[in-house]
Design a protein around this ligand. Structure first.
Ligand SMILES: Cc1cc2nc3c(=O)[nH]c(=O)nc-3n(C[C@H](O)[C@H](O)[C@H](O)COP(=O)(O)OP(=O)(O)OC[C@H]3O[C@@H](n4cnc5c(N)ncnc54)[C@H](O)[C@@H]3O)c2cc1C
Length: 449
């Protein structure tokens, strides 16, 4: 094989792309991978992991604040600069170690966005490369806001790297990223506003629990502006002013920083997919159940950028594995997705798995919905947690758990037990008869079903 010829060329070095590249190289295929940013992808460099590190101090602050006067004499104070330094210990080495691990497997690395020239040929770093299989694993990028002054918006990467926290911050978009950052910034001392075009934040999550979270967020000083359409962002000396419209009436809000948290879209710009005969839509690259492009069988897509994804790290990894298997063994693996938990890492967490109440109502004849604010339960009272609530949805005929929604400390962990329960079609009786450790959040599930 010539230098510029590969068995597999992977575009994107996140969890999905790395999984494919490593598995194929381990099977002896000649593999190349490219990234137009630092290697390692979103999750490790500028997503889940750095976010969760920042959250560690926020949680310590939250716990010490709640226990002030109950064994804690002085609540903790967030040192943002120190926290950023702590975070960098984890993130700084990711690109180099990712490159090192890939290169050690004999994988050729490129550092640019490639562009398709035809179905099997790419132009990258000025070279024409030919590959039997091309894998698109380019993830998502923030949705571009199109309004005058949009260039003044910062993005999630900027928030995670903020050296100094501005006094006033506005998040445009109340999805999970906007809400998580709003919670962090408010705890770290900023005056925070969340603006959304909808009637409430987190529309993909249970309305009753979101309502509880919204009320609590307001008590932290987070200001919400709903049904508002941002119109323009102006810079006046050091000040930024956003004009937005509610029911045809113009309003303005001023802040030190405005963050675009209005969702993320497939990263496909510049790849010249038309030349590669790769069809795509607003969800991503159009794929069949093997995650193979429906229009060009030499191309696969996996991770956030495939049209089969819920943009979450564990699912991207799973998709990378499916694509690797299909390249190595010739389409023998269909993407099968079990129920997947999803967590908003606000403090406390909002976690969800399985059907929403509306979905369950439309699928089952009779459902049982157990919804309760459980702040007076022992586990919550022990740490003086201001918020603890749940909604468990069961098929009333069989007792099978079909949806679970938790709001409370460590809900992001407890939801994993409910995920196993739903995947294994467990019933309320089976959960009640399980012996869990006590006292623990997990044990509370027995009282929820
Ligand atoms: C702030 C934030 C918080 C998140 N928190 C969580 C969480 O708590 N839990 C969770 O499960 N998920 C979370 N996610 C989502 C998670 O990060 C993604 O689902 C996951 O990283 C997707 O992996 P991937 O490999 O598909 O894509 P990515 O990790 O995005 O990798 C794609 C790679 O492709 C590169 N690329 C893009 N375009 C091109 C191009 N044209 N040419 C070459 N390279 C290109 C990118 O630079 C990137 O390195 C979060 C995301 C963000 C932004």
């Amino acid at each position: 094989m010539e230098d510029h010829e590969f068995d597999v060329f992977v575009i994107g070095s996140g969890i999905a792309g790395q999984t494919v590249a490593k598995a194929c190289a381990e099977k002896g295929l000649k593999v190349a991978i490219t990234d137009n940013r630092e290697f390692g992808g979103t999750c490790a460099n500028r997503g889940c992991d750095p976010k969760k590190i920042l959250l560690s101090a926020i949680e310590a602050y939250e716990l010490s604040t709640n226990l002030k006067g109950k064994g804690i004499s002085k609540a903790a104070k967030i040192d943002w600069k120190q926290l950023q330094k702590f975070k960098r210990n984890f993130t700084a080495n990711i690109p180099a170690s990712t490159e090192h691990n890939l290169a050690e497997l004999g994988i050729t690395l490129f550092h640019q966005s490639p562009a398709f020239l035809d179905e099997n040929t790419l132009l990258v770093e000025g070279k024409k490369v030919v590959a039997k299989k091309i894998v698109i694993a380019t993830g998502l990028v923030p949705r571009t806001l199109t309004m005058p002054g949009a260039k003044h918006f910062k993005e999630s990467d900027d928030f995670l790297n903020l050296k100094k926290l501005p006094k006033k911050i506005v998040f445009v978009g109340g999805g999970y990223i906007g809400m998580e950052f709003a919670h962090m910034a408010a705890r770290a001392g900023a005056e925070v506003t969340v603006i959304d075009t909808g009637k409430r934040p987190l529309h993909a999550f249970d309305a009753d629990l979101v309502n509880e979270l919204r009320k609590y967020s307001k008590s932290l000083g987070i200001n919400f502006i709903f049904e508002a359409t941002p119109k323009a962002l102006k810079k006046k000396r050091k000040k930024l002013i956003l004009t937005y419209e509610i029911k045809g009436k113009e309003h303005t809000i001023e802040a030190g920083a405005f963050f675009n948290t209005a969702g993320r879209v497939p990263s496909l710009v510049g790849l010249d997919l038309e030349k590669g005969k790769v069809d795509f839509n607003e969800k991503g690259v159009e794929t069949n159940t093997y995650l193979q492009s429906i229009s060009n069988p030499n191309v696969y897509a996996c991770g956030d950028v495939s049209d089969k994804n819920l943009p979450l790290t564990p699912l991207s990894g799973r998709q990378g594995y499916v694509v690797a298997e299909n390249i190595i063994n010739g389409n023998d693996k269909v993407l099968e997705v079990p129920v997947i938990p999803s967590v908003v890492f606000t403090s406390p967490n909002l976690a969800t798995v399985g059907y929403s109440e509306e979905e369950a109502r439309s699928r089952y004849k009779n459902i049982r919905v157990n919804f309760e604010v459980a702040t007076n339960w022992f586990n919550a009272k022990r740490i003086n947690a201001p918020l603890y609530a749940y909604k468990i949805i069961m098929n009333d005929r069989t007792g099978e758990i079909v949806g679970a929604h938790l709001l409370g400390p460590d809900a992001g962990e407890t939801i994993n037990i409910l995920t196993m329960a739903i995947n294994n079609k467990m019933t309320d009786c089976e959960i009640k008869s399980t012996i869990f450790s006590y006292p623990s959040w997990g044990n509370d599930i027995k009282s929820m079903v």
